[in-house]
Ligand binder design. Structure first.
Ligand SMILES: [Zn+2]
Length: 1025
């Protein structure tokens, strides 16, 4: 699956995750002055009437105004001054905290004096154990009922306690995972979706094999009404346990080994979220409402469409039949083999029996779609869209054909099906989904209109490349269980960058991949991170696996491995793996074993890579040079280290380095395998400087001694080209990370950054902008107005002339576009006159020419964000959002709309995007993300999230990528004690509705990290900025 990361740039969280989001473009909504709110001014020109704004955030009033009872109709001066006052009061409060915290820190060393003696400690601990044990016995045992899941765990010596099924009988199974005694072999599925009444009827016939004698068959089913069930043609009684979405049949005697047939007839409503078999609607250009039905099963929703053994290792074949009205077409994984006319206005399509595959890859669609096709080898590739957008499929068709050819050659295994459909679904939550033979996409990630820029094409190409790679990694060979999801997602992510680099070199995908690696490092530096391969059991934990670690860290460690192996060994090992496990399931070790077998080096791939998949986090490598002797050491790079329990983790680091005599070409690279805590590297001769982690191919951060940093900075000040641009970007990234860790002072960061005035390459410049933007936003949100203004001055002095020199004309180079859109978005958000004037000029031209005078697509977001600040501009954008048939344009329009600083508009857009009435609900995470960039709306967005949590979690599953994105967007810019407590109170109030999510830990940890950074660096900033 492609999470919406790319959209902001992808798969769901796109917003926070991908290259675009890292790109300043997404990240900079700086508002220097939080004073744009003009509530007294009545605006009649936008569609917000008082009835629309029924939502009133409660704690925003508290937080923003410091008052309890004011409402939105009071005048703006009150709001504005309260906001400023509040900023002040936050500052005061946090400085109180600061002094409290620092006095605590100072006392720490002398804390030894007050340490209890060992004896006292032992007695205390024993006492505590007794008290806790008594408490647990009193509390848990009497509370233990059959329906209480926790009971079995609290006392493992008790007999199994079976849950109660819906019919009040005991349900005969006690685990979330299905028993392994019965396997499905083949499914016959007939479906009749009724798009008028939003219901469907289904009938499934499952041929199962009993592998071990058993008295029960257990499978998954969710939200359906089973009308009839037979086993070997005899009616059987089903038991259902809804919390685990399981159904079971009990037999009086053991079933002998062998094949049996289970038939189930059922009815169900279409899902009203974005998973299972769900309906979607859109309005065509004639104003007619159209409906369609589509599926999204990964990870756990095939069970909502048909009863099934819904775990990836239960692979099976599928034969699917769909009944439809004649105005619709139907699509499924396999090509259609026949259509039967029932003569009652209904037709039934039957699809060819599928390859053996996992349930999460099954898909079907009933819709009015048009398509174009082409042939690649023995496969017909087609791209489908709604008829209004039929002409926007050509780019995708061409890209898919080229990429399919690349993968057929690279893997030396041809794509096995005779057709491959790529379908743009008008309402779709993920970025895309790799269903075998029927890949589904958001419209933004597949359609390319006339006014799309190469940057839009980069997004579309990336998502197609990702999903096509899944046809091998995921579909042909599948992880055994969701704990190894990275085998699917890390690989598809890595292959997307590798294939595009080869097939579409003009798309400058290398910069994008570098940003993705930096982003993965930032996430993995937190204690809330998790190993690439980790234990998962509950549905929320499965959803949570779709995160930066599985995708981006997974891809990063594969790059590091490929860069370490030589002579095409990586590719050979991958081919070996695909051949060996074709159509079956694997674990991480199977991949490492295949790669070890082909490696001619004296290198155990398994031994090395295990250290990267079983531990969370990554190493900080510290380099100290004394003449020709270099001392290397490694430790866990962990922000918020006081939470850490394990300092002993060691990685096998394939450490690469170059020196001043040879530093740019790949042939300069040397490798040292650092496996121990410390090691000595002897250089053959004197060097001026050393740079480790060549081109940032390795997943680690490097710190040098003072002389080491100084020598590198001096070298860059002399000539930036002594290092490749990836290395320069990595130095910037690493030194900011080290400052967060407290290893270097912010003064040292600024020392390095001085060279940036000479920088001209995209990768280092956007990394520098990204890092400064993060700090700027924190300062802005704290209303540190003096520092905000100084930071503006700093950015001006280092990037001002570059900002002024950017062209506003059409541009063709992706690299130049990436750079100028980042620079200009920041320039306009800092209210640089030249920028806002140009943006307004382009917008006016566009409006007056009836949108025929084009705005360069890479500048659209910047232009729209400026235009959205006036009522007239906002109206034009809303109108464009509603009527544009170009999704890339719509997307940027929405970002413009959400960047308004008018509170009423902010509240309107929050409400509309959650209920889906005028803004698509799929874009709610993007709306939250964009609003939270701004001072004006971020606390309103936070309140909105809190007060609508129930509704939000009905639309997006707990733990899923959209939920992760929403939480992080809403909280990641908090940096005060008050906000920390506010967030913690909310999270703990969620109970079973989310308090256990990993993202909650991540959010809390991020706020604490922000607080610590501010405490440590505010003085430095005052002094040096
Ligand atoms: Zn994927």
């Amino acid at each position: 699956m492609e999470s919406a990361n790319h959209l902001n740039h992808q798969e769901y969280g796109a917003i926070e995750r991908a290259p675009l989001p890292r790109n300043m473009i997404e990240n900079s909504m700086f508002e220097e002055e939080p004073d744009v709110v003009d509530l007294a001014k009545e605006s009649t020109s936008y569609p917000i009437d008082s009835d629309d704004v029924v939502y009133e955030p409660r704690s925003s009033r508290l937080l923003v105004r410091g008052l309890g009872e004011n409402d939105l109709d009071e005048d703006e001066e009150d709001y504005e001054s309260s906001a400023r006052l509040l900023g002040m009061s936050f500052m005061n409060r946090s400085s109180n905290q600061r002094s409290a915290a620092s006095s605590y820190t100072r006392h720490q060393p002398s804390g030894l004096c007050s340490m209890p003696s060992a004896k006292t400690t032992v007695v205390g601990v024993l006492l505590l154990v007794v008290v806790v044990s008594v408490f647990m016995v009193i509390y848990f045992v009497p509370g233990c009922t059959f329906t209480r899941k926790g009971c079995q765990k609290t006392n493992s010596t008790m007999e199994k306690i079976y849950p109660i099924s819906t019919s009040d009988e005991l349900f005969p199974w006690t685990e979330l995972r299905l028993p392994s005694s019965v396997h499905p072999v083949h499914y016959n599925i007939s479906l009749h979706p009724d798009l008028k009444n939003m219901t469907f009827q289904g009938s499934v016939s499952i041929k199962v094999e009993v592998l071990n004698e058993t008295k029960i068959i257990v499978l998954h089913s969710s939200d359906m009404n089973i009308t009839k069930a037979t086993f070997q043609d005899k009616v059987v009684h089903f038991l259902e346990y809804k919390p685990w979405q399981q159904i079971a049949i009990k037999f009086p005697e053991d079933l002998k080994k062998g094949l049996y047939v289970l038939n189930i007839d059922y009815t169900a409503n279409f899902s009203n979220s974005y998973d299972g078999f769900y309906n979607s609607s859109y309005v065509d250009t004639n104003g007619t409402k159209r409906v369609l039905a589509a599926t999204q099963f990964e990870p756990l929703a095939a069970r909502k469409a048909f009863p099934c053994f819904d775990e990836p290792a239960f692979k099976s074949t599928f034969l699917i039949k769909i009944t439809r009205e004649s105005k619709y077409i139907s699509l499924s994984n396999m090509p259609k083999v026949k259509t039967t006319d029932f003569k009652n206005g209904l037709l039934e399509d039957e699809f060819k029996e599928s390859d053996t595959m996992s349930t999460y890859l099954v898909a079907f669609i009933v819709a009015e779609f048009s398509s174009y096709s082409t042939n690649v080898s023995n496969t017909t590739v087609s791209v489908y869209a709604v008829p209004d957008k039929k002409e926007q499929v050509h780019y995708a068709l061409d890209a898919a054909a080229k990429l399919l050819e690349f993968y057929n050659n690279f893997f030396e295994i041809d794509y096995p099906l005779s057709k491959l459909d790529l379908v743009a679904i008008p309402d779709f939550l993920a970025g895309a989904m790799e269903n075998w033979g029927l890949i589904t996409f958001r419209e933004t990630t597949l359609l390319v209109g006339n006014n799309s820029s190469p940057l839009d094409k980069q997004l579309v190409t990336s998502v197609i490349a990702h999903e096509l790679a899944h046809q091998w990694f995921g579909n042909l060979v599948t992880m055994r269980w969701w704990n190894d999801l990275w085998l699917n997602e890390g690989f598809a992510t890595y292959m997307q960058y590798m294939s595009i680099k080869n097939v579409f070199p003009d798309l400058d995908i290398g910069t994008e991949f570098l940003n993705v690696r930096f982003k993965a490092l930032a996430k993995d530096a937190l204690n809330s991170s998790h190993p690439v391969s980790t234990v998962v059991s509950t549905p929320e934990q499965v959803e949570e696996m779709f995160d930066s670690v599985s995708y981006e860290k997974g891809a990063s460690i594969l790059l590091m491995l490929n860069a370490t192996l030589t002579n095409g060994e990586f590719r050979k090992g991958v081919i070996e793996y695909l051949l060996k496990y074709n159509r079956s399931n694997t674990e991480s070790k199977d991949l490492w074993n295949s790669l070890s077998q082909v490696s001619k080096q004296n290198l155990s791939v398994s031994e090395m890579m295990n250290t990267w998949t079983v531990h969370k986090g990554f190493p900080l490598v510290t380099v100290k040079r004394n003449g020709t002797q270099v001392t290397l050491s490694q430790e866990h790079f962990l922000l918020n280290a006081e939470n850490s329990t394990d300092y002993s983790t060691l990685w096998h680091v394939p450490l690469t380095y170059v020196n001043d005599s040879c530093s740019v070409l790949s042939s300069c690279k040397q490798v040292f395998h650092l496996k121990d805590k410390t090691a000595i590297l002897k250089l053959p001769g004197e060097v001026k400087w050393l740079k480790f982690n060549f081109r940032s191919d390795g997943f680690y951060i490097v710190h040098y001694d003072m002389e080491g940093w100084k020598a590198l900075i001096d070298a860059l000040n002399g000539n930036i080209n002594v290092l490749p641009c990836e290395d320069r970007a990595a130095l910037i990234n690493n030194i900011f990370a080290l400052s967060r860790l407290g290893r270097v002072s912010f003064r040292q960061v600024l020392n390095l950054m001085d060279y940036i005035r000479n920088e001209n390459e995209t990768a280092p410049l956007i990394e520098a902008l990204f890092q400064l933007d993060q700090i700027y936003r924190l300062l802005d949100k704290r209303s540190e107005l003096n520092l905000v203004s100084r930071m503006t001055g700093y950015i001006d002095s280092h990037f001002g002339s570059l900002m002024e020199s950017q062209s506003w004309e059409l541009e063709t180079s992706v690299s130049k576009m990436t750079l100028r859109s980042a620079l200009l978005e920041m320039a306009c958000s800092l209210n640089r006159l030249n920028c806002t004037t140009q943006a307004k000029h382009l917008f006016d031209q566009w409006v007056h020419s009836n949108k025929t005078s084009p705005i360069p697509s890479d500048l659209m977001r910047t232009v729209f964000k400026v235009a959205a600040q006036t009522d007239d501009g906002w109206d034009v954008l809303l109108n464009t959002y509603k009527h544009s048939i170009y999704d890339a344009e719509k997307h940027k329009t929405l970002e413009g709309l959400a960047s308004t600083q008018d509170v009423r508009k902010i509240l309107w857009i929050l409400k509309k995007s959650l209920d889906g009435s005028e803004i698509q609900t799929q874009d709610f995470p993007l709306v939250i993300h964009t609003i939270c960039r701004n001072f004006a709306g971020y606390l309103y967005a936070w309140d909105f999230v809190k007060e609508n949590w129930e509704k939000i979690t009905q639309k997006f599953p707990l733990g899923s990528f959209p939920i992760q994105s929403i939480i992080m967007s809403a909280t990641s810019q908090f940096s005060t004690k008050t906000h920390l407590m506010e967030a913690q109170n909310f999270f703990s109030s969620l109970g079973a509705k989310g308090s256990q999510m990993r993202i909650v830990q991540e959010a809390t940890e991020t706020i604490k990290q922000n607080m610590r950074w501010m405490e440590n660096n505010l003085n430095t900033l005052q002094h040096w900025l």
